[in-house]
Write a protein that binds this ligand. Sequence first.
Ligand code: ADP
Ligand code: MG
Length: 193
Amino acid sequence: MQTALRVETTSPEETRILGAALAPMLLPGDLVSLSGDLGAGKTVFVQGLATALGVTDRVTSPTFTIVHEYAGRYPIVHIDIYRLETFQEVLDLGFEEFLDPKAIVMMEWGEAVEPLLPRAHLRVELRRTSDPDEVDRRVITFRPTGEDWIRKLGAMRETAEALLDAASPETSEGSRFEFVTRDGDATRKEGIG
Ligand code: ADP
Ligand code: MG
């Protein structure tokens, strides 16, 4: 069974920190598929990641233009396929060319084209909670496919714990992450290690 990692954020800044923590683990050819409703924080996550990779341009939603490219330590291709309705439209876009081995690809709504994605990729799911008192809370689940992504996620987690602790020391009791099964049930709360 593949192990997924789940963490909660309570502000856009914390979600940016998670993106920034993933950034050093990424190499050209890597693809990250982001899922979650409109406003879940997919673009915010990409903002943190891109900034950590040295992108100085403002990272904005590619919802209308579908593709944005940024120059950081590596090229970053940021795709949002929300407005595309069929597989064919995605293919017509030159989808395969976007899966550029020289770039890091961040794909919003990637789950819609899961069969077209490389077999090994990272899926990041962002969810709001239904509690009206927690409008800024997001539950973020990282689902790796393949050993390489499992290893990268382990490293991301350590970096994220340290960065989040530094940003909000008052909430830094134990691990913020928990392992979940493929179906999303929490298995156990893990300490560091
Ligand atoms: P998406 O790309 O998933 O449609 P965006 O990243 O564009 O969503 O927008 C997320 C919105 O939610 C932003 O306005 C952001 O400020 C807000 N927000 C509030 N709390 C959070 C959080 N914990 N993480 C990410 N975004 C948050
Ligand atoms: Mg978006």
